[in-house]
Every structure is written in structure tokens, then in C-alpha cells.
Design a protein around this ligand. Sequence first.
Ligand code: SAM
Length: 358
Amino acid sequence: MMTTTQIEQQDVGAVVQHVAGLAIGAATSAMIVVGDRLGLYGALAGGGAVTPQQLADATGTSERYVREWLAQQAAAGLVVHDATDGTFTLPPASAAVLADDDSPAAMTGMCVQTEGLFRDIDLLVDAFRTGAGIGWGEHSAPTFEGAERSFGAAYRAELLTRWVPALDGVTEALDAGARVADVGTGRGVPVVLLAQAFPRSEFVGYDTHPASIEVARRRAEEAGVADRVRFEVHDCQGYPQDGYDLVTFFDAFHDLGDPVGAAAYARHALVPGGSLVLIEPRAADDLPTNLAGNPVAAFGYAASTFLCTPSSLSQPVGTALGGQAGSARVRGVLDEAGFSDVRHVADSMINMVIQARA
Ligand SMILES: C[S@@+](CC[C@H](N)C(=O)[O-])C[C@H]1O[C@@H](n2cnc3c(N)ncnc32)[C@H](O)[C@@H]1O
């Protein structure tokens, strides 16, 4: 029979291993961002086996740093080292995750988001002490880049193939030519995707963060859809209620101070029969179920603590739904806002899709 001390030592050992794994993940995430910024993955992808010198030459970087970076990437299991000739190879599966933002498996954005969390630790520590909120725009640059890239990967993989088809009557409306408002649009990734797919529809994206709106306008220009897509700085309860066929909130609804007010406002902005569509983080309705069944819950609650909860607390009402509110809670908010037909229509690994009609 084991003594209490032995059991405790085993427990402590297990936790040490677990925390070491978490710290290794965070350190590797930082190394991934370094590789991304310097174009190291792009140069490795499809390049076969390379020496550190070859990779340094191809990217205009210093061989000594590149050699150390490659050793770390090999230790982390992302590149393969051949000891016989001293070369390193990025396997195709790693390239799909790290070298190509258009890949459905792209994960670099999540690492960039993590960089944003680290940069904002002091901001969050102060907020814990004061209870004050942190507006979205107060965060550091990697937060905005990380959100665009990580959410973008999910939108490119799911929006047109799974989410829109799951929405009742929405494909038909978009095909025919719909007026769409996207609220909390950020850098506008899903708006541009929808505009490319539905050339008869017109879109406007609203957000309170001017720097994101600037980038969104650039994205629309780059994609050649700026003639049908506008982006404007407006609060979720201040944009023109112009009679939209569709009002969407992509990963933004839970960030609002007053989601009931924002949904009620959107209801008045819709034409009769129009739909409100929420893309929200997928989460169970209660903490124990979420802890047991959601493989990305630890990331979701971290993002919620750093970004979503403080965003809501920085605004009037400060409901603070949190990024892991769950379907029942979010649908309850829509009921309260006066929607009578509220349906949870689709799920993906990290998102859920809710459609509501008045
Ligand atoms: C997590 S980001 C999502 C951005 C974008 N929809 C996407 O999916 O990439 C949340 C966005 O909501 C915006 N936001 C927060 N509160 C807002 C408000 N009261 N009115 C309008 N936008 C707001 C933030 O500025 C931020 O761009």
C-alpha cells in the first residue's frame, strides 16, 4: 500500500510533466511565430531537405539563429532532422498546418493569438485588480492579426460549405441578391468570402475599432469586391437600421456589453422574414460538460479571460457572457431580444451556428 507521501509525490510528478508540456507548447508557439514572421516555413515548404545555411540564404537570415531554430522545431516534432547529412525537412503535413494560411488545417493564427495574450499580461493583471474592462482596440497588434488568421482558417473551411447551407433560406436569399450587415466585423474576413461567393448581394461591415475597419477595407479592395462591400465604424447599436435581409455576428456577439440590446437593435434592422445569424465559439451549456468534452476549452477560456470577458465589461451593461457561453445561454439572449424562432443549426470543431427570426 502506498503512503500519502508517495501518492502526493506521484501526483506532483504528473503535474510537473503536465505543466512542462504546457510550457513547451507556449515556447514552441513563440518559435512558430518567429518562423512565420521570417518566412522560414514558406521557404521550407516543398523545398525538400535543407541545411541551416541553405535556409538562411533563402530567407536572408543568419545561419546561427536558423540552426538553433531548426533544432527547436525538430525537438518539437515539427521538422525532421537527418543526422547523416545535417539537413532538415518540413513534412507535407507540417507544411499544411504552418506554411499555408489558406489550408483548412492552418494553425499559425492560433500561435499569433497566443503571442497577443502574452503581450497583454500586464493589462489583464491590472484588470483583475480593478475589475475594469479592456476594449478590443486596447490589445496589442498580434491579437488582431491572430484573430483574422485563426478565425479566417475556420471561415474558409466551413462558412460556404457547411454553415451557409445549414441556414434556412439564406443561400436562396444570397443567390437572389440580399442586403447583409455584419456587426463586429473586425477585419471583415467572412464578409469578403460571402461577397466573393454571392455576386448579387451587397454587404456592409460595422465595428467600433477603426484600425480593423481600415484593414477590412483593404481586404475588400484586394479581393476585388469593394464595389459591393463597405466597412464603417459604428457601434452595434448605432448603425443605420436600413432593412437588411441578413444581420450576422461572427465571433463577436459574446464580446458585446449588451448582447440583448444589440440583438433587439438587429431585429429592428431586419426586413420582415430576415434572419439574424450568430457564429459563436462552440461550447457546452455548463462548465463540467465543457471541461469533459471540449478539446479546445483551455484555449477558449484563456481567450475569454483575456479578450471576450474584458471587452464586454468595457461597455455599457457589461453582461460578460464569456466566450464559452454555450448554445442555451446565447439562444436565451435572442429570446429575450424578441426573436421567436431561434435555432442552433450547425456545429464545427470550434464554432456553432445559430439562426433567429423575429
Ligand atoms: C473577436 S473579434 C471578431 C472579428 C470578426 N467578426 C471576425 O470574426 O474575424 C470581435 C469584434 O467585435 C468588435 N466589437 C466589440 N464590441 C463592439 C460593439 N459594441 N460594436 C461593434 N463592434 C464591436 C471588436 O472591435 C472586434 O473587432
